[in-house]
Design a protein around this ligand. Structure first.
Ligand SMILES: [Zn+2]
Ligand SMILES: [Zn+2]
Ligand SMILES: [Zn+2]
Length: 397
């Protein structure tokens, strides 16, 4: 399965307010009008929160949203209202040359694609450190040359670009960015600044984000895990319905993706959902640091609901040794053997109370709790129907 997002983005210079089109994903830019540097990534980082842990997701994950639609074109939620660095995204069926002709899938690592119709070259960008930071799921980008080659540092007056080596004017052919000087044969790669000055309209800088994935891919389930885990106020009712229906079909895979995300994301500190927490406490293969991090995200309400016999020994041990008496009390509901003995004599009333209410506690343990110094514990043990006093005890009731 392939998802193609038709993209256009620009960044507004904070010095002179000029709106600079960007020819691809850029962390930094230099203003075409006043040459001041622009911190594109910084602007976006400051403005958006929520969404995925990487920036390109924006508030709503456009890639994940695209998975909701079948064939055809769909406008997706994007950052076109984004102030500083507006971004427009549209899910399309295929990527194309600027002349409109469809382009083939590039061979792996190919730097450009030649159009069979107009013969122009369209650059291809393969994932690099910067694109991964924007969105690690991108397979390749069509129409974004990145910062390859040596950038020309000169300022352009009018439309004449001079060779960086000998100074002769370069002849622009079509929309080629790498121009060979006819005088000294040096190849000149036009910098973003020169390139966007020569082609100042945003629609001249369309690029396509291409995602290739199998339906069985983790990426697919992960995207849905994100879509269904968060309430997105930008989605309309009809879209939310589609999300719910799709999410229902692939419930087990989405749950697995949510669990994976909870275990690997060490910056998220939001409360864990009950189903995710239940899956995690059944596991016995997690290291101490991960368990500690996960535990911080479990509320007592969730713990009470998920505590059960299927809990792994390592999680149960942690709960029983917790400094928090409420956590020990929850664990006391499923503790067995020596651990249960310990709970029956715990210094916390809440913990002993939990044992006193257990129908499967040994009769001698209940008998002892019937004489507990705390009245609530005594009452609870006396009400416990599991306690069947023998004849001798009955005499002294
Ligand atoms: Zn400027
Ligand atoms: Zn073409
Ligand atoms: Zn030259």
């Amino acid at each position: 399965m392939r998802v193609v997002l038709h993209s256009k983005t620009a960044t507004r210079c904070s010095t002179c307010s000029y709106l600079n089109p960007l020819p691809g994903l850029r962390h930094q830019a230099a203003c075409v009008n006043c040459a001041e540097p622009i911190d594109v990534a910084g602007q976006i980082r400051d403005r958006f929160e929520g969404g995925l842990s990487y920036w390109f997701g924006g508030y709503v994950d456009a890639f994940a949203e695209s998975l909701l639609y079948g064939d055809g074109e769909h406008q997706v939620e994007d950052m076109s209202e984004g102030g500083g660095s507006p971004l427009t995204l549209r899910k399309v069926e295929r990527f194309a040359c600027h002349c409109g002709a469809a382009l083939d899938t590039p061979a792996h690592a190919a730097k450009e694609l030649r159009c069979t119709s107009c013969e122009d070259l369209t650059p291809i960008r393969w994932p690099d450190a910067q694109t991964r930071e924007w969105d690690p799921r991108i397979t390749f980008i069509v129409g974004d040359a990145g910062d390859r080659g040596v950038a020309l540092k000169q300022k352009v007056e009018g439309t004449v670009v001079k060779c960086g080596n000998c100074g002769s004017p370069l002849a622009q052919q079509g929309r080629q960015r790498a121009l060979v000087c006819s005088h000294c044969q040096t190849e000149n790669f036009l910098s973003d600044q020169i390139w966007t000055k020569l082609f100042p309209r945003p629609e001249q800088h369309v690029f396509y984000l291409v995602y290739d994935l199998g339906e069985e891919d983790d990426t697919y389930a992960e995207a849905f895990a994100f879509l269904s885990a968060t309430t997105h106020y930008d989605f309309k009712k009809a879209q939310q319905k589609v999300i719910r229906a799709k999410a229902h079909e692939m419930r087990p895979r989405i749950l697995a993706a949510k669990v994976k995300r909870a275990l690997t994301n060490d910056t998220d500190d939001s409360d864990l959902a009950e189903d995710v927490a239940r899956e995690i406490i059944a596991r016995d293969d997690l290291d101490k640091a991960t368990m500690a991090r996960i535990e911080k995200r479990m509320t007592h309400a969730v713990r009470s609901k998920i505590v059960n016999a299927g809990m792994s020994a390592s999680f149960l041990r942690r709960w029983l040794r917790s400094m928090d008496e409420d956590v020990r009390a929850i664990a006391a509901h499923v503790a067995k053997g020596d651990a249960l003995e310990k709970c029956a004599t715990d210094k916390s009333v809440e913990v002993r109370l939990a044992v006193a209410g257990r129908k499967d506690a040994p009769p001698e343990m209940i008998a002892a709790l019937r004489k507990d110094p705390n009245e609530r514990v005594r009452d609870k043990a006396r009400e416990n129907p599991a306690y069947k006093p023998g004849f001798f005890e009955k005499l002294f009731e």
